[in-house]
Write a protein that binds this ligand. Structure first.
Ligand SMILES: NC(=O)c1ccc[n+]([C@@H]2O[C@H](COP(=O)([O-])OP(=O)(O)OC[C@H]3O[C@@H](n4cnc5c(N)ncnc54)[C@H](OP(=O)(O)O)[C@@H]3O)[C@@H](O)[C@H]2O)c1
Length: 339
């Protein structure tokens, strides 16, 4: 199958692309710059051979520019949408870098492009159906998304999910927990403090429960979705690691695996938001009050729906996943590099 991955150069998109390629499919890796995408994929051992045999191709398109998406979605069997604005979760409304504009709006633009290219027929008021050959649509959502969640990232993703589910396409939505692995921008950032501080700061009291998921498991699941149109059809699948743990336990385990002894310094969220209110206006926008909330939220995946569809799918235990890349001989930023 030919699979368009929107956000292929990102942390999640790289893993998804690798696993989909590994399952024998053709990947059309989408980025705002095909040249940049090709350079990013050069680092992957399997990429060169795939490019040579035509199983890995690159396309330039921007989810906020509808016209650019028409060529990207042409001739594919599956579209995987995992594009996110640079700097997330710190929004920049002035530059249009928000969950609403890039995540929700970008998803709507992809659906519109599919509708244009595959000429959806109107079957009745508010109903759309696509001719055979229209792609299936997979979306990378978040574990905290629900109808009643009020935060902007949850609202944007809820609305994107709703549009996908009402599109008339076959779809699957993966509601991923916090993902970690080589080259991630979140856990690695927290652990990075231990390079130069005698403690590691965490917003809040760190007791919220999480089911952090290894990024390899995210990629593996999407490859299974591509492979299995029956099991993946119209499925909403929360995804997370096998056991809920607190943020304190997660960061503590990672430090232990790295062989570092550092206490966790709990920064009360209201206190963290004071510098964040200023930092959001500095170049690079390192933090914002919203990002303090985003990074300290809990989120536990109910794996029931996933196991119903894919009974043999197991996610990696947290410690084993951390040990696979954080040991003393490993680097936090390998496998694709930091963004
Ligand atoms: N990371 C997590 O823990 C996690 C957990 C749950 C859900 N998710 C969701 O997973 C998705 C991917 O997250 P991520 O962590 O992989 O993000 P990421 O590493 O920041 O990657 C973002 C990707 O989006 C692309 N992109 C940015 N702006 C774009 C635009 N206007 N048009 C087209 N592509 C654009 C980037 O490509 P170029 O720069 O090459 O254009 C990049 O490939 C997001 O929807 C996120 O909410 C992530």
């Amino acid at each position: 199958m030919r699979v368009l991955v929107s956000g292929a150069t990102g942390f999640m998109g790289r893993s998804i692309s690798r696993h989909v390629l590994g399952a024998g499919h053709t990947v059309r890796a989408m980025s705002r710059s095909a040249e940049k995408a090709a350079r990013k994929f050069e680092a992957l051992p399997e990429a060169a051979a795939a490019v040579e045999t035509g199983r890995l191709e690159f396309v330039s398109a921007d989810v906020t520019e509808p016209a650019s998406l028409l060529a990207a979605v042409e001739g594919v069997d599956v579209v995987i949408q995992c594009a996110q604005f640079p700097g997330a979760p710190v929004e920049n409304a002035r530059r249009g870098l928000t969950y609403m504009q890039v995540d929700r709006g970008g998803t709507l633009n992809l659906l519109t492009a599919i509708s244009t290219v595959y000429r959806a027929q109107t079957a009745g008021p508010g109903m759309t159906r696509f001719p055979d050959g229209a792609p299936r649509f997979f979306y990378l959502s978040g574990v905290t998304v629900s109808q009643h969640a009020t935060e902007t990232w949850n609202r944007a993703k809820w609305q994107a999910e709703s549009a996908i589910k009402g599109s008339g396409l076959e779809w699957a939505v993966v509601r991923s927990s916090w993902a970690f692995g080589p080259g991630d921008d979140s856990l690695n950032r927290i652990l990075g403090f231990s390079d130069f501080l005698p403690f590691v700061p965490v917003f809040g009291d760190g007791t919220e429960l999480l089911t952090p998921v290894f990024v390899e498991d995210v990629g593996r699941l999407f490859a299974r979705l591509v492979d299995d149109p029956e099991a993946s059809r119209d499925a909403t699948l929360p995804l997370g690691g096998p056991e809920p743990i607190s943020m304190n336990e997660f960061v503590g385990t990672a430090l232990e695996v790295m062989g570092r002894r550092r206490p966790i310094l709990h920064v009360p969220k209201p206190l963290g938001k004071i510098p964040a209110a200023v930092l959001q206006f500095l170049p690079g926008r390192p933090l914002s009050p919203g990002a303090v909330d985003f990074t300290s939220q809990g989120g536990v995946a109910d794996l029931g729906p996933l196991l119903e569809r894919f009974p043999d799918f197991k996610t990696t235990p947290t410690r084993a996943a951390l040990e696979s890349y954080l040991g003393e001989s490993h680097e936090r930023s390998t496998a694709g590099g930091r963004k």
